[in-house]
Design a protein around this ligand. Structure first.
Ligand code: FES
Length: 162
């Protein structure tokens, strides 16, 4: 077996799977290579000290075992964090939590980071908050990738109906 025990645990019993109704931020990201998609939903709340933290997070992933495991891990990592702290989570944090990922599966962890970035982007946008330039650039890249994936699926559907 080439997945770690931690990865298999998260894949078989993913944490925070599902959807949040009326989320404060929702992000969708796709992987241009394999066509896998992930949606991530956030609820943000203010603590007694006036600090905004990510209070609830859920995900839906249509993808491989590594995509599901990394999605599960990222939801654990962002819960209770501020938006700024959540934006600092990178693929190394996810991979370390899983005690490693096969090199061929590292791109799957980026799907989770992209979906989180998109959910935060939407949250900041909806609330008229400044959006960091790096997040704006990531958003543009993800939008292009999603368009491409959706076009490929539409083409495949039209062929498969023939
Ligand atoms: S193979 Fe598509 S995200 Fe893993």
């Amino acid at each position: 077996m080439f997945y770690t025990k931690q990865t298999l645990k998260h894949f078989r019993n993913p944490h925070n799977y599902g959807e949040i109704k009326n989320p404060d931020g929702e992000g969708e990201a796709g992987n241009i290579i394999c066509g896998d998609l992930m949606n991530l939903y956030l609820k943000v709340k203010k603590t007694k000290n006036g600090v905004e933290i990510i209070d609830a997070v859920k995900f839906k992933t249509y993808g491989c075992a590594a995509a599901i495991a990394t999605s599960s891990v990222i939801t654990d990592l962002v819960k209770g964090k501020t938006v700024d702290q959540a934006l600092k989570i990178g693929k190394k944090d996810i991979i370390d939590t899983l005690n490693g990922l096969p090199p061929i599966k590292i791109h799957c962890s980026i799907l989770a980071i992209d979906a989180l970035g998109e959910a935060i982007y939407q949250y900041l946008f909806k609330n008229n908050r400044p959006i960091p330039l790096s997040l704006q650039k990531t958003h543009e890249r993800i939008e292009i990738g999603k368009k491409e994936i959706k076009e490929r699926y539409a083409k495949w559907l039209s062929i498969s109906k023939k």
